[in-house]
Design a protein around this ligand. Structure first.
Ligand code: GLA
Length: 414
């Protein structure tokens, strides 16, 4: 060991022992998590007697696992099946434990986790950092350690922790504390925090993303997605505007989370669905569907199982695409990713996103956006799944982006 290496080692030991500087290196979520989460579509659908077709229960979770397994979603990377709020009884039991709703989850959560694990997928659950969840079910305040251990015992692989009903000082302390208990529990669990969302939008302060990224594997930044194209546009616009603030903290093990995909809910046209998935893939955002899996259209299924698109979403470098506003309605998102040619030349994806309701023509000179292979690039059209043509660094493409749609090209260095 050189003297510099010895010095670095001592500094690390010092920080660890005396300053309690801690990084979340739980080895999880090296790629943005993909899966399904109940909230966006099912919300708090607990009235199963009157509405059996929209009911948050065991059958629903098992059926998502079956669909992922048998319809190609699992092969495409969809892995986590996550139940959000409204899963428990209204009160803890006499030992202070959370109890799954006895009617809707008669065999408990471990049964569901085992079922999902047997099929090679992962299970996620939800709690809130306060005494109650956002919908008024028991939350984890006062029970961080027993709850973390209980989730671990049930076989939970991912924990979403919401932040309703507490002040910002509590948020800043409690997310770190609960994270330590999750880390110390026997089972590795992805820690998904809503912390910065509440700091920024409920308490009107700037989130400290350096701290958040040290303690959480992913975190919400913006309002809940509603089931509408307007909500999707607002999220995309927020990420465009917040790129400079968010992108330095984004990468393997730590992801900004723009909330769920709403494909399969009937809220989006096929082209709008393409926009939502493409932008999320370009951002390296978590891809969490929230829908009745039977309602996904054939086009949506094709999109979600498009392996070239999912390779962009799951690229190991995990770079958040950079936005360039080309016109009022067209944003170009540019994302470097693997494979590389040699050490120096990344592949790069370009997404031309049109949020406006009319077709728009733009000229695109890819060479202006950080491309460096002087031998040029070959272009693949991700949706047509074909190679288009080769291009040199100083060529320009004239492209018409249809209304509320996206053109997505990957350029591989020649
Ligand atoms: C908040 C969260 C949502 C969902 C609900 C559940 O609104 O942001 O994602 O978890 O609470 O009550």
């Amino acid at each position: 060991m050189t003297s510099t290496q010895t010095l670095i080692l001592w500094v690390l030991i010092f920080c660890n022992l005396f300053l309690n500087v801690k990084l979340l290196e739980n080895g999880l979520a090296r790629k943005p998590p993909m899966g399904w989460m109940s909230w966006g579509y099912y919300q708090c659908s607990v009235d199963c007697e009157n509405n059996p077709s929209k009911c948050l229960n065991e059958k629903l979770l098992l059926s998502v696992a079956d669909k992922f397994y048998s319809e190609g979603y699992m092969e495409a990377g969809f892995e986590y099946i996550i139940i959000d709020d409204c899963w428990s009884e209204k009160r803890r039991n006499q030992f202070g434990r959370l109890v799954p709703d006895k009617k809707r989850f008669p065999r408990g959560m471990k049964y569901i986790a085992d079922y999902i694990h047997k099929r090679g997928m992962k299970f996620g659950m939800y709690t809130n950092i306060a005494k109650k969840t956002c919908m008024g079910y028991p939350g984890s305040r006062g029970y961080f350690k027993p709850d973390a251990n209980m989730f671990a015992r049930w076989g939970v692989d991912y924990l979403k922790v919401d932040g309703c009903f507490v002040d910002e000082n509590f948020l800043n302390v409690a997310y770190i504390k609960l994270g330590e208990h999750i880390d110390a529990a026997e089972r590795p669990m992805v820690y998904s925090c809503s912390w910065p969302y509440y700091i920024e939008f409920i308490h009107n302060k700037k989130p400290n993303y350096t701290t958040v990224a040290q303690h959480c594997n992913m975190w919400r930044n913006y309002h809940d997605v509603a089931l509408s194209w307007d909500a999707v546009k607002a999220i995309i616009t927020h990420y465009k505007d917040a790129y400079t603030e968010l992108s330095p903290h984004h990468g393997p093990g730590k992801w900004n989370d723009p909330d769920m995909l709403i494909l399969g809910t009937g809220a989006l046209t096929d082209s709008q669905s393409r926009v939502q998935v493409s932008v999320y893939a370009m951002l390296s955002a978590p891809l969490l569907l929230s829908c009745d899996m039977d309602q996904l259209t054939a086009n949506e299924r094709e999109l979600l199982t498009n392996l070239d698109l999912m390779a962009i979403a799951q690229d190991p470098l995990g770079v958040m695409a950079r936005p360039y506003e080309l016109t009022n309605s067209i944003t170009l998102w540019v994302k470097p990713h693997l494979p590389k040619k040699g050490d120096a030349y990344n592949s790069v994806s370009f997404a031309l996103v049109n949020l406006a309701p009319e077709d728009t023509t733009v000229s695109l000179a890819p060479g202006r956006y950080g491309l460096n292979s002087t031998d040029g690039y070959t272009i693949m059209d991700i949706f047509a799944r074909t190679f288009l043509r080769n291009i040199t660094l100083n060529e320009t493409l004239n492209l018409t982006v249809p209304a509320e749609d996206v053109i997505l090209y990957t350029l591989y260095p020649l």
